[in-house]
Ligand binder design. Structure first.
Ligand code: TYM
Length: 334
């Protein structure tokens, strides 16, 4: 608890262009949780360097992502929005937690296996211990809830295991966090291969809707979305393309899957795809406009970056000092 509220932590990587999956699976839910929780949202740039990055590009993307957090509706007065690399506790706690995490556990992580296969020339130790840094992010703030898409559930599970193990040795040090998965949009699939998740690292640009895509591009990508030859709009695992479009439509329009199916019964895929595309444009256009406005205000963004990093540093130090003491590091001389 922090100032009478439960604590929430989440983060996104500033690598690649953010997709509709990132928005519907995470960011959109974040904006509804501001009043209920003390919220910390980080741009996780330490995680980003587990894959080779161009430094200037990474810096730019990190700033763009923080701007996008605000443009999507996170009020930086009420939510602590900051760069992970500005708060020293993340890396410090990660080191300690590394010593309480087993190689076998990390070996089982599907994201590691996927990324190792994709970057076979750079399977570095950071990529392997990535979930431990993620555990540190979450535990550093004594977080109660972590809103994420379904693909992050395994990392949440290992976070809980590490925290429980640590508490078992040293007493109640960490709050055990719960995942928060939204009702709709928790796993948005590729528009070109609907059994694969929509991902910012997909090489085919038609597979993903990027948050900065203009309306024409969005409509065009939906028109080209891969479906099937059933010629029937049903919410069924046998029609993964149509199911994914219904999920997207539902998340962007507020209608339930049943309503959508009833409304589009007997209509062609063409009309349906257009309606889905328009619902996405209606959601993304205001965010894009606000983003463009915010980008002009350099001084405002700089002040947010500074004050929120200080706040995050302050709160995270409380946990870090406690952990350092528990494991036996010498007290600081004042
Ligand atoms: P990242 O940057 O890959 O994704 C950010 C968020 O977007 C969600 N997401 C999706 N949701 C639905 N459908 C999709 N197709 C889709 N693709 C991505 C992710 O589940 C995530 O919530 N390791 C994390 C970042 C991280 C983090 C943390 C998250 C670092 N530390 C601590 C929570 C708490 C990652 O790479 O997310």
């Amino acid at each position: 608890m922090l100032d009478g509220k439960k604590v929430l932590f989440s983060g996104m990587q500033a690598t690649g262009n953010l997709t509709l999956g990132n928005y519907l699976g995470a960011l959109k839910n974040w904006t509804t949780l501001t009043d209920e929780y003390q919220c910390f949202y980080s741009v996780v740039d330490l995680h980003s360097i587990t894959v080779r990055q161009d430094p200037a590009e990474l810096r730019k993307r990190a700033r763009n992502l923080l701007t996008l957090y605000i443009a999507a509706g996170l009020d930086p007065e009420k939510n602590c929005l900051y760069y992970q690399s500005h708060v020293t506790g993340h890396a410090e706690l990660a080191w300690i937690l590394n010593c309480f995490t087993y190689m076998g556990e990390l070996n089982r992580m599907t994201q590691f296996k996927d990324k190792a296969a994709k970057h076979a020339d750079n399977i570095n130790a950071g990529l392997f211990t990535y979930p431990v840094l993620m555990a540190a992010d979450i535990l550093l703030f004594q977080s109660d809830v972590v809103p994420v898409g379904k693909d992050q559930l395994q990392h949440l599970e290992i976070t809980r295991d590490i925290a429980t193990r640590f508490n078992g040795i040293y007493g109640d040090v960490f709050t055990i966090p719960e995942p928060y998965i939204g009702k709709v949009g928790a796993k948005i699939m590729s528009l070109q291969d609907p059994v694969k998740k929509m991902s910012k690292s997909d090489e085919n640009p038609n597979a993903s809707i990027y948050l900065m895509d203009d309306p024409d591009t969005i409509i065009r990508k939906f028109k080209r979305a891969v479906t099937d030859s059933e010629a029937c709009i049903r919410y069924s695992d046998d029609q993964p393309g149509i199911k994914n479009l219904i999920d997207i439509f539902s998340a962007c329009s507020g209608m339930t899957a049943e309503q959508i199916v009833a409304d589009y019964e007997g209509k062609g895929y063409g009309d349906f795809k257009l309606a889905v595309g328009e619902s996405v444009v209606n959601v993304l256009k205001p965010i894009q406009d606000r983003y463009a406005e915010l980008q002009k205000d350099k001084a405002y963004l700089d002040s947010i970056i500074k004050t929120n990093a200080e706040k995050a540093q302050y709160y995270s130090n409380k946990t870090l000092r406690k952990v350092q003491k528990k494991v036996g590091f010498p007290e600081r001389v004042r």
